[in-house]
Design a protein around this ligand. Structure first.
Ligand code: KG4
Ligand code: ZN
Length: 346
């Protein structure tokens, strides 16, 4: 009888196919053995955004070869897998169905149980994959392409929402601003790179809900302000693009920073975890590191390559749910997916 549990995880909620193998042993943080990822960015770039039908078809093409690669890399056969985790939602329905279908049919074939995972819980627990994992409790800033939330996290499955965006997500603000500057998709990394050559104080852009007195966010107005500024610049836009990018990034980062620090202060905790694609943003990390150091707050991030969607975070979340006893994996292989799903809701 082995003491370790091997968890195979699948992520297919949007435009990355991710597969990973995590090993869980009693009393220790689960360990990533191997992971593989295929990003569809190049395929969707021609369309300026994710095309759901193309995404689903590509997940079908990639998922089994990636699984073979993960097992080969770990040097383990498929029949050593004890549990299979997969992203059940939220995300694109057709894309989710691919991962769920593969996970559940593989589970049925191997006779091992399966567990559907909330994509945001994957992001939330992804810093546990780093060399410097956090300890509970902590405040989490979850900033992805579809979500911007502040949460108090007291343990696996013990999440209290403190504030969230009332319109666009931070990643959306990056992506939409980048799009109207002609920077392509996904815009966040491109905008951030261009911003390095610009002046963040060049344009006075709004800091929405900065002084709202609560922990909610709003980014839709910022995008409109960027559009107005871009139109005003007319033929000077090209020459001033780096300045506009830097000013946009500064506005987003300042709001995220202020609200995160307020959430930590109000909670009386001294630990902050940042997760989700926007957590890869260099300015956000640099400014948070400095501000947290001044206040004696420990700040944790996922490793850079695990900020955006991946299979490791899903295998990890499944392993942590199982280890904490909060979830029991199922031998029922009939599956559904939850394209819209609030974290914490059954
Ligand atoms: O977490 P994620 O991979 O997917 C969702 O679950 O949504 O996040 C993707 C988002 C996109 O909006 C992308 O532009 C943004 O994360 N992003 C960044 C950076 N890297 C990714 N935004 C700003 N700076 C970055 N370096
Ligand atoms: Zn994500």
């Amino acid at each position: 009888m082995r003491n370790e549990t091997l968890v195979l995880g699948f992520e297919s909620s949007c435009d990355e196919t991710g597969v990973a193998l995590v090993e869980s042993s009693a009393g220790a943080v689960p360990r990533l053995l191997s992971h593989a990822l295929h990003s569809q960015i190049a395929m969707h770039q021609a369309y300026g955004g994710v095309v759901p039908e193309l995404a689903s078809r590509d997940h079908i093409r990639r998922v089994l070869p990636l699984t073979d690669a993960v097992l080969a890399d770990a040097g383990l056969p498929l029949d050593r897998v004890d549990v299979i985790g997969y992203t059940r939602g939220p995300g694109l329905a057709g894309a989710l169905l691919v991962g769920a279908g593969v996970a559940c049919s593989m589970g049925a074939a191997l006779g091992v149980p399966v567990l559907g995972i909330h994509h945001l819980e994957g992001h939330l627990l992804s810093p546990f994959l780093s060399a410097d994992p956090p300890e509970f409790p902590f405040i989490a800033l979850l900033v992805s392409g579809g979500h911007t939330q502040l949460m108090r996290v007291d343990g696996v499955g013990r999440y209290q929402l403190l504030g969230e965006t009332i319109d666009d997500a931070a990643g959306e603000a990056f992506d939409k601003s980048a799009k109207l500057m002609g920077l392509g998709y996904p815009g966040g990394p491109a905008l951030s790179k261009l911003a390095e050559q610009g002046d963040p104080a060049a344009f006075a852009l709004p800091r929405p809900l900065m002084r709202s007195g609560n922990l909610d966010f709003s980014f839709a107005g910022l995008k409109t302000a960027v559009l107005t500024q871009a139109r005003k610049l007319e033929d000077q836009l090209e020459a001033r693009k780096a300045d506009l990018a830097a000013s946009t990034e500064a506005a987003i980062v300042e709001v995220l920073l202020k609200k995160s620090l307020t959430a930590v202060e109000q909670s009386g905790l001294d630990r902050l975890v940042v997760a989700g694609g926007v957590g890869a943003n260099r300015q956000l990390r640099t400014q948070l590191d400095a501000a947290c150091a001044r206040r004696g707050i420990r700040v944790h991030y996922p490793e850079l390559h695990l900020c955006t969607d991946n299979g490791a975070m899903i295998a990890m979340a499944a392993a942590m749910r199982l280890a904490s006893g909060i979830s029991v994996p199922s031998h029922r292989y009939a599956f559904d997916v939850r394209p819209r799903w609030t974290l914490g809701e059954d």
